[in-house]
Ligand binder design. Structure first.
Ligand code: NAP
Length: 425
């Protein structure tokens, strides 16, 4: 009942906000007075919701259903308009690292954007099959000549620093080329990473990328296995790290007002509507990129890289660790599998499908992972000790019971010397 009330109040509040903003903005005063009555009707409902819950007036349920239908129609219209706005200005996205994960995201990006990929190995045919242009990593100039809005780094955690070290001078060179062409200030592409460890990625990007490049740190908490049927409701973690040369306060990314961005040093606040063309453009481009994940149904989670790594060590890393440990035990199907055991085999399958480099990267570049291993070892020791202790208790009980038995027998023999002796224990 309490939950129903809260939901009802929220719907009424939201509707009130949406309808009043909508009609006042539209400036259509003739409609406004009629609609004002409707707003009043809903307002009175909101103010008096206890009354409606006490006894539902005849026809009220119909009215509520009607309101609900109107709201969802309005929401659908907003979503359609947003989608068409996105599609009218599709981004040009470059992907560096066209391995398992790079291909997986490229497939979905291709629905929303023009995609150009590059990698160490030759993926020309595979890329063509996904509607993606392919350029070898040995030719970064040709890759950058595509004038990309966004470049996503999807290389292994282990090779991230070295790849960026080799790539960054070409970004610098491309910026100089464009500066000469335009004669004015130029902005680099937005650089995004998808690494499963975040503090390392953040540090390396701030250190190595030209300051004309904005930075967005992300971690899609899913992959080719868990996301094979779509991205709906899957978690997408992100931190807006740098916009228009300003490094943003990472902690604020997870808890503050999303319309306000705070500088990492000095704490100066920047509104997303700030009166600086470069800032507004940077925010807009970041939002357009994030909208792709949103449109695919991801649950968007703004979070600092530091906080991400703390959580991930005790969730993602421990999952991979257990999967690898059980995998190395050589578990296989049996004719009598329980559903619990089938889940275990699934875990082993999905974690070992990822490269060992990825697992090693999770271990090496998340400073919390060593503690996770120690905790797991301790927990294993605790559980096994508990088993041993129980077994010992049982043995002591049975020895004690045997002693009592022997004592009783001896006593019986002493008291009744003529009785036949008990045989066995
Ligand atoms: P991975 O083994 O972590 O990375 C493979 C990719 O790294 C390939 O594109 C490979 O290029 C490239 N690479 C490896 N060593 C390289 C080097 N020395 N120089 C240049 N490139 C190198 O497997 P992955 O699953 O594709 O993961 C890629 C990234 O996505 C990782 O950072 C991972 O943390 C992140 N991620 C993965 C998942 C997932 O479920 N798999 C989910 C979220 C995020 P070539 O193929 O050309 O050799």
């Amino acid at each position: 009942m309490k939950r129903q009330r809260i939901v009802f109040s929220l719907v009424i509040f939201w509707f009130r906000e949406v309808t009043s903003a909508f009609y006042v903005k539209a400036g259509d005063m003739s409609d406004y007075s009629t609609n004002n009555k409707r707003i009043k009707l809903f307002q009175s409902a909101a103010d008096d919701h206890d009354h409606y819950y006490g006894k539902l007036e005849p026809g009220r349920l119909e009215e509520l259903k009607q309101m609900e239908a109107e709201l969802s129609a309005q929401l659908a219209a907003v979503r359609r308009e947003k989608l068409s706005a996105l599609r009218s200005r599709p981004l040009k996205i470059g992907i560096v690292g066209f391995g398992r994960f790079g291909q997986f995201i490229a497939q979905t990006f291709a629905k929303h954007a023009t995609v150009v990929a590059t990698s160490r190995s030759d993926y020309t045919d595979l890329a063509a099959g996904l509607g993606v242009t392919y350029v070898p990593l040995s030719d970064p100039v040709a890759f950058l000549a595509h004038d990309l809005d966004v470049i996503v780094f999807a290389v292994s955690i282990l090779s991230f620093r070295s790849t960026l070290e080799e790539f960054a001078p070409f970004l610098d060179q491309d910026l100089r080329r464009r500066k000469e062409l335009t004669g004015g200030d130029v902005r680099g592409p937005l650089i995004v990473d998808v690494l499963s460890v975040k503090e390392h990625a953040r540090k390396v990007m701030i250190e190595l990328l030209p300051e004309e490049c904005d930075i967005l740190c992300t971690h899609p908490m899913f992959g080719p296995d868990s996301g094979k049927n779509g991205w709906n409701h899957l978690n997408f973690v992100y931190e807006k790290t740098r916009i228009d040369k300003i490094i943003l306060d990472a902690a604020q990314s997870s808890s503050g007002d999303p319309e306000q961005l705070k500088e990492a040093t000095g704490g100066k606040m920047h509104s997303v509507h700030e009166d600086s063309e470069a800032h507004v453009e940077g925010v807009d481009r970041m939002e357009r990129f994030l909208s792709i994940w949103e449109e695919e149904g991801c649950r968007m989670v703004p979070m600092s890289c530091k906080e991400h790594d703390e959580y991930a060590a005790n969730s993602q890393f421990v999952t991979h660790l257990i999967g690898r440990v059980l995998g190395s035990q050589g578990l296989t199907e049996t004719p009598i599998d329980t559903s619990g055991f089938q889940s275990v085999l699934k875990l082993v399958g999905s974690t070992t499908a990822d490269s060992f480099d990825l697992f090693y990267g999770l271990y090496k570049y998340n400073e919390n992972s060593l503690e996770t291993i120690a905790k797991l070892q301790e927990a294993m020791h605790k559980v096994v000790s508990k088993l041993h202790a129980k077994e010992e208790q049982e043995q002591q009980k049975s020895v004690a019971a045997e002693c009592v038995d022997v004592k009783v027998t001896v006593a019986n023999e002493a008291n009744q010397p003529t009785q036949t002796k008990r045989t066995g224990s």
